[in-house]
Unconditional design. Structure first.
Lengths: 416, 159
């Protein structure tokens, strides 16, 4: 694999011996039945002279049961030899109708459901939902609750990025980072467990603040973690950042330009790696983020390597935010005055936060009753996944794996 | 900005207001395509955050269709809303923002609103042969396409 531009790669394409497959001998009816699958229609296989047997093009399925698709994602690849001519994502295998469920639950009852969308960053989901409902109710969480929220959300961002790094590196063929990241992620999950009893689907926040006061020794545990983890991040970087195999597999792979990224609505680290310095924590601060100093790391080339460096730096910035929050955490109540029966006034609100994967938005419509009339979740993974096709066209099959990993999708959130 | 657009469209913009600090405007379906184009080109709303719909079955114009837009240069959001009747189709915004592709497919899947000029309008989350659009209010919470479930999964399930 060369390190030049993606288009430069010329790969020997295994040509099928044309004498072996006489395209005229193929019954047109059988060829037609191959394109009955509507997912294949846009790949233009229905044109007789473009059947894959005739032109050495091959259509294969990657997934839904494929370890490198991070869940149940089916990607239909149209290939010319090893080169990707086009892709089509088939999603929905994990669709549970979260938005429909919301319409049949009260505001409080729906809160734990949002944790099940992006199940590796449950705390962020909960934060977005609680803040959206608070906005609709026109209440504000007390400062102490906001600080607790920031600490837990940033810890969760850290955990999400560690999980991403481990699995992404595993996809590319590096096994060790997985063990390292999962070992260190455990420390975060222990803090979650001690705080609220759950490790993954935490349901950490309530509308109006937090349910639980921090446990005895919370600050000490978090500070201990802050001292423990920076050398570990250096350790990950030591394994990968200048590793020749890693560079070959990630540099100039899955490039997305700044303009394409904006047009495709891509957010989060993927957008920042393309050179857009935009982070909702800075652009439209929520919770207590306006109180902290931190940088927004950006990339220059928009390739897989840049997305890796952006996320690595984001982990360090998260630690910076957590340290400031732990040091300055104010005393006071953790719950605002919230009515026992929540009936937000009639109206609509859109609120979004910077989740580990990008902009996570909630659009909530209230009809004045105890149940939301409509909850729309704007999932970052869903929108980011749409960019896959642009990013892998002209690349190799192995690069598709790398790009799915670098997009950091969670299918629970894509399908909802 | 709104007053400028108002001068151009007059009655096309029915309402432009702010609720809880969030700007939105309600416009006529006939001008929405042009308006979205103008919002992107002249007002720098270069990022289409989301497209979604809300169903009000008791209304004559049953659906609210919304575009949530954001501008990177202005750091500002706006919601554009139209009201349409069941069966009415809407011009697609895919040529304005590429991201509209999947978002419109999801609206079609969940509500059955058709988008004219969409390159590949088909279901996205539900399987292709599925009947019904689940986020409509007349679709029950445990309702499902039993025919599809039996034919494809081979199980007896549902109410």
């Amino acid at each position: 694999m060369g390190a030049g531009q993606p288009g430069d790669r010329e790969w020997p394409i295994t040509m099928t011996d044309r004498t072996m497959i006489d395209s005229k001998a193929i019954d047109p009816k059988t060829t037609a039945s191959k394109v009955a699958d509507p997912y294949l229609s846009h790949l233009e296989l229905d044109q007789p002279d473009k059947t894959f047997l005739d032109s050495n093009e091959l259509v294969i399925n990657m997934g839904p049961q494929h370890p490198a698709t991070h869940g149940v994602l089916r990607v239909i690849l149209k290939l010319d030899g090893e080169k990707v001519l086009g892709t089509e994502c088939v999603i929905g295998y994990l669709h549970r109708g979260v938005e429909k469920i919301a319409e049949n639950r009260t505001y409080t009852m729906f809160n734990p459901y949002v944790d099940r969308m992006d199940y590796v960053a449950a705390v962020s989901n909960g934060l977005g939902y609680c803040e959206a409902v608070e906005k609709l109710l026109n209440i504000e969480a007390p400062p102490r609750a906001k600080y607790i929220r920031v600490i837990l959300t940033e810890l969760n961002r850290m955990a999400s990025h560690q999980l991403w790094l481990g699995t992404h590196a595993l996809d590319i063929g590096a096994m060790t980072p997985l063990f390292y990241t999962f070992r260190d992620r455990e420390e975060i999950l222990k803090i979650f467990e001690k705080y609220c009893g759950a490790r993954l689907t935490t349901h950490a926040f309530r509308i109006g603040g937090c349910q639980y006061e921090t446990y005895e020794g919370f600050e000490r545990d978090v500070t201990k973690f802050l001292d423990f983890v920076p050398p570990k991040i250096d350790e990950y970087e030591e394994l990968l950042t200048s590793n020749r195999i890693w560079l070959e597999r990630t540099k100039n792979v899955g490039v997305i330009s700044r303009a394409d990224a904006i047009a495709l609505g891509v957010t989060g680290p993927v957008l920042r790696a393309s050179g857009v310095k935009w982070d909702l924590r800075k652009a439209q601060p929520y919770a207590a983020y306006s109180d902290f100093d931190f940088e927004i790391p950006i990339g220059a080339n928009g390739d897989t390597y840049d997305r890796y460096t952006v996320r690595m730096e984001e982990m360090r910035q998260s630690l910076r935010i957590i340290r400031q929050a732990v040091e300055r955490i104010p005393e006071g109540p953790i719950m605002a005055k919230v009515p026992k029966v929540m009936k937000p006034p009639v109206g609509e609100v859109y609120h979004s936060i910077e989740a580990p994967k990008g902009e996570l938005g909630y659009f909530i419509v209230s009809d004045g009753s105890t149940q939301p009339y409509r909850v729309r979740v704007r999932p970052p993974s869903f929108v980011n996944l749409q960019a896959l096709d642009v990013m892998v066209r002209g690349a190799l099959v192995a690069d598709v794996i790398a790009v799915i990993g670098t997009l950091d999708i969670v299918l629970g959130e894509v399908d909802r | 900005m709104v007053s400028k657009l108002n001068g151009q469209y007059g009655s096309g913009i029915r309402e432009a207001s702010t609720y809880l600090g969030q700007n939105y405007m309600v416009v006529e379906p006939s001008v929405v395509s042009e308006l979205l184009q103008i919002l992107r080109d002249r007002e720098q709303f270069d990022y289409c955050v989301d497209i979604t719909a809300v169903h009000y079955p008791e209304r004559e114009k049953q659906f609210d269709l919304l575009w949530i837009l954001y501008s990177f240069p202005r750091n500002e959001r706006i919601r554009v809303k139209i009201m349409i009747a069941d069966g009415e189709s809407v011009p697609s915004a895919v040529s304005i923002w590429a991201t509209a592709n999947w978002l419109e497919r999801e609206v079609y899947d969940m509500f059955g609103i058709r988008f004219d000029g969409h390159p590949d309008l088909k279901r996205i989350l539900l399987p292709d042969g599925w009947k019904g659009h689940p986020l409509r209010k007349d679709y029950g919470i445990i309702q499902q396409d039993q025919e599809w479930v039996q034919a494809n999964l081979g199980i007896e399930s549902g109410p």
